[in-house]
Design a binder for this molecule. Sequence first.
Ligand code: NAD
Length: 795
Amino acid sequence: MSVQHYFDTMEYGLAPEADKEVRAWLKTHADGFGHFIGGQWHSPHSGHYFEALEPGSGKKLGKIAQGSQEDVDLAVAAAKAALGPWQKLGGHGRARHLYALARMVQRHSRLFAVLESLDNGKPIREARDIDVPLVARHFYHHAGWAQIQESEFPDHSPIGVVGQIIPWNFPLLMLAWKIAPALAFGNTVVLKPAEFTPLTALLFAELAQKTGLPDGVLNIVTGDGATGALLVEHPDIDKIAFTGSTEVGRMLRERTAGTGKSLTLELGGKSPFIVFDDADLDGAIEGVVDAIWFNQGQVCCAGSRLLLQEGISERFIAKLKRRMETLRIGDPLDKTIDIGAIIAPVQLERIKKLVEKGVLEGAELYQPSGNLPASGSFYPPTLLTNVFASSTVAVEEIFGPVLVSMTFRTPDEAVMLANNSRYGLAASVWSETIGLALDIAPKLKAGVVWINATNLFDASVGFGGYRESGFGREGGKEGAYAYLKPTAWAKRKPRKPLPELPQAIEKKGGFEFPEIDRTAKLFIGGKQIRPDGNYVRPVLSPKGEVLGEVGEGNRKDIRNAVAAARSAEGWGKVTAHNRAQILYYWAENLSARSDDFAQTIAKMTGDSKTIARKEVQTSIRRLFTYAAWADKYEGIVHTPPLRGVALAMKEPLGIAGIICPNEAPLLGLISLVAPLVAMGNAVVVVPSEWHPLSATDLTQVLETSDIPAGVINIVTGESRALGKVLAEHDDVDAVWAFGSVELSAEVERFSIGNLKRTLVDQGLETDWYDPKAAEGPVFLSHAVEIKNIWIPYGE
Ligand code: NAD
């Protein structure tokens, strides 16, 4: 054979990684792995085991315990018992433990990498060079957060016992993303690994114990979805952190609704990979390889939708096909392969079916000519062209090595196509024109945007989605808040049950001048509008005097208000300075009418004039607070270990529905509306059900305060009924609901359609006068999405 031949074919022999140590470790557990609970190994209470299989060969790797109710109870109890001492240890003590875990991962990095590759089927190259180093980095980074927790998060406390459920695609990395921040910030954990890939979690537990991690701080219960469900339902779990499919995520949102459990969801994606005609095409080709064939495309943020500018499309596809011919598929432990095995036959079938469907719908299929290994679950790298935005393969997450390609003409069209998805996890933008790339990035609905790069991850940079890709961030300062709660909120007490509504006192006729009739309208799109149903509701004083009437808003009114809010989306692009000025102006105009407002509040609530005046003054102060924050609640620049930066930008959520509490009718409303509006959101507000007149009076103030039409819409009516409509509305991005326990539960439950963000009080009363509980970052953080834009640089 000539050198030229080798050069042309790039053929080379196998380079298998040794698996002796891993096999020896597996052998020591040949009788079956137990659950790791309270620092001990427990056989499954039910006596049931299932098998862990090697995707590359289908061979057995070990017997895994199936977790039952008793196992989950035991693990949660262990985590609960460890919570106090773990918190008492303090930030520095926890930092030492996290540091030890990071060192442990590094010391055993080869063992972890080989085991991961065997259990998951991913190429050893990736497990060794990407997964495991990122795991160690995550523990180092979070050791740091534990160390400086007290100074950096003085107003926050740990959440408590956290249940964590992870998928099979990055088993050890997802474990690290979950447990490092949870433990660092003083929570204890029960983690359930995916049933396909439990082994590295079990190895981790075994080695973590040897580092001296206190018993009960980390518990691992293995099992399938049923075990996960037990964890979710457990009453002593304070938070669920889930990574997995949108389908299961949605179910967890429903199951945890109204329980007071905190929830973060990292779900699926269908991420766009956008190549402009001035991109470095060879660089972009390598980007595509990484975007969709890394980990066999079983990556939540895989760049699975290739969007090419028309002028380069043909050339790019030809180059890509040539590159696909050179990808090597084979034994995951072979150091020379690019693509390993698909996790399981069932996933392989799913990929095949979706590709067949794509072809039936008219897509053109391209797969390179190489042979696949004879046994095991393998699927070739696949490209589908002639695909439309509505094709099944362009819409559904395939979670395999399948790329679909479409074209666009203009940057606007690229953005439209990119955002034409129910998901919003990640996006890649390729252009040598930095101005263009940086103009596109903020327009993409995605939690992560990579400029001229893809699949970059780091512990210092938050990762997570928009829309149906879930909520919450993992990594970085933004990720810390997933494991912390505002300390001031712990003081909240259940709202007292409302007294019975008084009987309305009938007006007596007479010859004196009657009061001028006062029927407040709804405020939609900057106009005062009659309610659709043409019904009104009386507003009563505590004694039953009729103080006025307000419109009885219905579903149609909410729909109109949402449409008005959507047309006011430009508010999000107004400069922060401008938003601040308008909030100040609002405060100024409210101040000019403060006596009127105090009088109305006193009449509605029966509060003394002094208290009512205090409410108005605090409302004005609160508007000042948010005018101040409008241009100061800024993003940060992360400096991950690469030549480049990641900009953590705070972006508005879009449209938020707000259900105001009955108490503090003006202050409650302003405390909820102002942070959302300051951050560039448009809102649909349902004011205090019992005391809505200070909200309807506010329309006159809003009309004179330069707030653009549609930014604030007010629909009066019944809180729970309108809360349900807002929660169910798929064009609403968030709902904040403050009121009864039932209201909170319903808003969370009905939010599952588009997985909107919710902020509810679970029927606990906020002290609206306490700035720590009622203003500032505790609310602002819920009024924004954080998008991380990665900008690598260099020649
Ligand atoms: P999955 O939702 O089927 O399973 C994920 C985990 O949830 C597993 O541990 C499973 O046992 C458990 N589970 C299943 N049903 C449950 C239930 N009813 N109650 C509680 N737990 C339950 O997802 P998967 O197939 O393992 O993983 C693939 C999905 O994960 C893809 O959609 C992918 O996009 C997503 N993912 C997202 C991210 C991210 O960070 N956004 C990262 C990796 C994977």
